[in-house]
Ligand binder design. Structure first.
Ligand SMILES: Cc1cc2nc3c(=O)[nH]c(=O)nc-3n(C[C@H](O)[C@H](O)[C@H](O)COP(=O)(O)O)c2cc1C
Length: 209
């Protein structure tokens, strides 16, 4: 099959697009508002985009869930306070991660609401999720607004520079390698589906030359 988004109908029961760029890592973004209220939400339009300095991005939709200024709380907090943390989501935290995607009032601490443990970050004000094995502490760089087919389809991409990296010692091997199989990170597929990485699904390929 072939379709041209926005021009021709895909004819499928659901838009297939987010089942085609897969698996997507999930940035579990903690931030604080100007009053210090903690916000936590998962974003799967998320990735690392450069090495030195390490830089990450996530992309936030607009629309009905944020009727006041049409922005998600994570975006607003980060633009106002300049800092955030990307916590790694794992098999063990999958249900809490999902719970933090609910729309709740701005003055609710979503980390506490999901029954998670808040841990102070080292380089930034937003706390990290203690249950996560990795935390990327970030300083806000910039927002890039993407065009949408309608105003509600418009996404904003938020870039952050990673200024502090925490890796739980129990996930580092004696050889100094990050033990990803032991962490069991999860990734987003399309529809309501996810994938999990564990030691059975990891394989190694050496680059030519
Ligand atoms: C696994 C997962 C991935 C998500 N990815 C995104 C995303 O990339 N962009 C987005 O705008 N919303 C995404 N959402 C929805 C947000 O998490 C949800 O709108 C949340 O309430 C936003 O919270 P905030 O307003 O506190 O930032 C995702 C939800 C889940 C469960």
């Amino acid at each position: 099959m072939y379709y041209e988004p926005g021009k021709t109908d895909h004819g499928l029961s659901k838009n297939p697009f987010n089942s085609l760029v897969i698996p997507r890592p999930i940035g579990w973004v903690s931030s604080v508002d100007v009053g210090g209220i903690v916000n936590l939400a998962p974003y799967s339009f998320f990735n690392a985009v450069s090495y030195r300095p390490p830089t990450v991005m996530f992309s936030a939709s607009r629309g009905a869930s944020s009727p006041d200024d049409n922005h998600k709380d994570s975006q607003r907090n980060i633009e106002e306070t300049g800092e955030f943390v990307c916590n790694l989501t794992t098999w063990d935290t999958r249900k809490a991660m999902n719970a933090t995607s609910a729309s709740v009032a701005k003055d609710v601490d979503e980390l506490a609401l999901a029954g998670l443990t808040s841990e102070a970050s080292q380089a930034v004000k937003p706390p990290r999720v203690a249950e996560a094995p990795v935390h990327l502490e970030c300083k806000y760089l910039k927002t890039v607004e993407l065009p949408g087919d309608t105003p509600n389809d418009a996404y904003c991409v938020i870039f952050g520079q990673v200024v502090g990296v925490n890796i739980r010692d129990e996930f580092i091997t004696d050889d100094g390698i990050v033990d990803v199989g032991k962490m069991r990170p999860i990734a987003r597929l399309g529809y309501q589906d996810y994938a999990v990485v564990n030691s059975d699904t990891i394989f190694t390929l050496h680059r030519p030359g």
